[in-house]
Design a binder for this molecule. Structure first.
Ligand code: SAM
Length: 306
């Protein structure tokens, strides 16, 4: 009974709901204090009305009790990619492929040129639910194609090209909050496919990955004085496993750089919440202290060598 209930609530989208929840919490902050604004996030969150009623500050306080910095980590990841996409679009990139898009609404909430063609890739069940929950009238809908792919068992190339991906156009790919859920084999073959699809033109690849130190030496991932690092790691990973999406793949910086390099990408940036705290949270008066910071997940930007 319990299993059937949790299946009906989280059908492959438990973690996508979890990220949308943090975007909702950020969105209800005062406009001059928030780091991102996602007006669609509430549609994907169970108990969204209650979260709104409790307000931004209460939700932040509560999150801090459970895992300090976790909310800010997800929000800085979203904002970092938003900035990257806006910058790339302004410099004329022609296609954007969102790998494992989940309930991200970047394609609708950012001001992007109508010439930018966007492909949202995820598991079919998640896409069906997303489309059912989004409003019928949405900014930029005409430029978006939904592409159903399971990275573990299906070919990205075939599905993307069938959906109209043009191999002669410059492109950016983002794999946000996904690499920890798929096997290393599926990750490598996905990036190999991306490299082959874009071998004739310049491309950018963003990937977030979970630091392998998290399992080997959790304390090393956290800032000085971070409370009960090991216990918090267990709590975070337990939450994902509980909704049927365990973290199974962890990476080191050299390993990621080597996978990218083997596929013709040069690493340009590798940052974490620790680096982004001063960029995003300090300017709105919400800088985190050292004991709330971590290097748990890394955000990497790589550019093709051609
Ligand atoms: C934590 S969510 C992140 C969603 C979104 N990128 C965000 O940051 O809001 C992980 C996403 O990866 C997708 N995913 C996990 N395994 C996948 C697979 N084998 N094939 C395709 N998508 C997958 C899930 O459906 C989910 O949308």
């Amino acid at each position: 009974m319990k299993a059937a209930m949790s299946e009906s609530i989280f059908r492959k989208d438990g973690t996508a709901q979890g990220v949308a929840k943090q975007r909702l919490i950020e969105t209800i902050a005062k406009p001059d204090e928030r780091v991102i604004n996602d007006p669609y996030a509430d549609r994907f969150v169970l108990g969204a009305s209650f979260i709104k009623l409790m307000g931004h500050k209460f939700n932040i306080w509560l999150g801090e009790k459970i895992a300090p910095g976790f909310h800010e980590h997800l929000i800085s990841r979203t904002r970092f990619i938003d900035d990257l996409i806006e910058k790339s679009a302004a410099s004329g990139i022609e296609q954007y492929v969102i790998l494992g898009a989940g309930y991200d609404s970047r394609a609708h909430r950012l001001e992007l040129p109508s010439s930018l063609k966007i492909f949202e890739v995820d598991q079919p069940e998640v896409q069906v639910r997303k489309r059912a929950k989004l409003p019928k009238e949405l900014p930029n809908s005409e430029n978006i194609s939904y592409v159903a792919v399971d990275f573990v068992s299906q070919s990205l190339t075939e599905q993307l090209t069938d959906a109209g991906f043009d191999q002669s156009k410059s492109s950016i790919f983002t794999l946000e909050g996904v690499s920890q859920y798929i096997t290393k084999k599926a990750f490598s073959s996905t990036i190999e496919e991306v490299a082959t699809l874009t071998q004739r033109v310049s491309s950018i690849f963003f990937v977030s990955y979970v630091n392998e130190l998290l399992t080997k030496n959790p304390e090393a991932c956290f800032g000085k004085g971070y409370p009960n690092a090991e216990k918090r790691v267990k709590l975070i990973t337990y939450g994902s496993a509980k909704v049927g999406e365990p973290w199974i793949s962890f990476y080191g910086a050299e390993e990621i750089e080597s996978i990218l390099s083997q596929n013709g990408y040069a690493l340009k940036e590798n940052v974490t919440l620790k680096d982004l705290n001063s960029r995003y949270f300090a300017p709105v008066g919400r800088a985190l202290s050292e004991n709330q910071l971590f290097h748990l997940e890394h955000f990497v930007v790589a550019k093709s060598k051609i």
